[in-house]
Design a protein around this ligand. Structure first.
Ligand SMILES: *Cc1c(COP(=O)(O)O)cnc(C)c1O
Ligand code: SF4
Length: 360
């Protein structure tokens, strides 16, 4: 198989590289790529079947990225929660550590789309400051390596970060967030996983948004990670025209389970500048969860969350399963919409149960 470095080098990075049959106006797109990085691996390009399909939409630039809909450059106010460059410390016991500016391909809907691909905004030379911050903050027991994509670093560079953080006694678990298994599965080499397994407990959250991304090559890469004892989770972004359909989501989650990846989060799309055309309603997200829960394996049902605009953190959203709670009983709805009563005391009068229109 081609080396990952070679596959990565052959990526499309300029408007002129976009295939003619995509029928895109080079002049329009040039402006977009001046503002937001573009990169598409030949592998991911080969999975695109038609212009405008769900994979195409995720990576091919679109003129609408420059439209102003009142959205934000930094919708989660990550910069405000950044005590030193490259660290986002928002929760009591864990932090994000941005260690790479690069990704294997650039997602058009990325929350950090103004930053990714820019080595000034995510500066590798400042990694030491981040390590020092984690060392000095004893409350941090969980470090999430992110970026950009940490797996775009060489094995040596990544190992130097992992080993420095692993040497900090109060850090209990390490996590890596990566879209490399989706965009560039070639990167998951036996050498990489042999290195990673030295730093357990190490978790990885991967990022797949559509069932067509879970290819045999991606499954092999995920299998190597799972075989190294790395528990795998998946984060999906809910995107219009990509996966805003309960059937597509269900198939995605089922295919991930076959690859030994446990669905972790579905994110409501953040309010990021230039991504208005990807946003869906929360009602749509709740409908997707309702059509997963009960209808397929519980393992296939992730948490649906909104990352609160302005930096409030992730907030879980659930369809209404509890219809009513009183001191003596709870009225519940199951996945089919049928009602049930759970008695919290043993002296709820029969009369009262019947009044809850036909529950048992
Ligand atoms: C998502 C996120 C985390 C991790 O959240 P978990 O719910 O623990 O997976 C940590 N810090 C920041 C700033 C985040 O956005
Ligand atoms: S891989 Fe992640 S960080 Fe990189 S562009 Fe996509 S969403 Fe953003």
């Amino acid at each position: 198989m081609e080396s990952w470095q070679s596959q990565s080098r052959r990526s499309l990075t300029e408007v002129k590289d976009i295939p003619n049959h995509f029928n895109m106006s080079a002049d329009d797109l040039f402006g977009v790529t001046q503002v937001f990085s573009m990169k598409i691996t030949p592998y991911y390009l080969s999975l695109i079947q038609t212009v405008g399909d769900p994979l195409f939409k995720q990576v091919v630039p679109d003129c609408r990225e420059l439209e102003n809909h009142g959205l934000y450059e930094d919708p989660l106010a990550e910069d405000r929660d950044s005590p030193v460059p490259n660290i986002v410390h928002r929760y009591p016991d864990r932090c994000l550590f941005l260690i790479s500016a690069e990704c294997a391909s650039y997602c058009r809907f990325c929350t950090r789309k103004r930053k990714v691909g820019d080595p000034v905004k995510i500066n590798r030379n400042l990694i030491h400051e981040g390590v020092r911050y984690i060392r000095e903050h004893k409350e941090i027991r969980d470090v999430i390596l992110s970026g950009g994509d940490p797996l775009m670093l060489s094995d040596q560079r990544l190992e130097s970060v992992l080993s420095e953080i692993r040497a900090i006694p109060h850090v209990e678990i390490l996590r890596i967030g990566s879209r490399v298994p989706c965009f560039l599965p070639h990167r998951i080499t036996p050498e990489l996983v042999d290195m990673l397994r030295k730093y357990h407990p190490l978790y990885m959250n991967v990022h797949f948004n559509h069932p067509d991304e879970v290819t045999p090559l991606a499954m092999e890469a995920l299998g190597r990670l799972a075989n190294a004892g790395i528990p795998l989770g998946n984060q999906t972004v809910l995107l219009k025209g990509v996966n805003d359909d309960p059937m597509v989501m269900r198939r995605l989650m089922q295919k991930l389970l076959m690859a030994r990846v446990r669905p972790y989060y579905i994110y409501q799309a953040d309010m990021v500048f230039g991504t208005e055309h990807f946003r869906t309603t929360v009602r749509k997200g709740l409908d997707i969860i309702r059509k997963l829960r009960g209808w397929t394996s519980g393992l296939a049902v992730p948490h649906y969350v909104i990352d609160a605009p302005g930096g409030g953190g992730k907030i879980p959203l659930l369809p209404e399963y509890v219809q009513k709670i009183t001191d003596d009983m709870v009225v519940l709805r199951n996945y089919r919409g049928q009602k049930f009563v759970y008695k919290q005391t043993d002296d709820v009068p029969q009369q009262k149960l019947v009044l809850e229109d036909g529950c048992y």
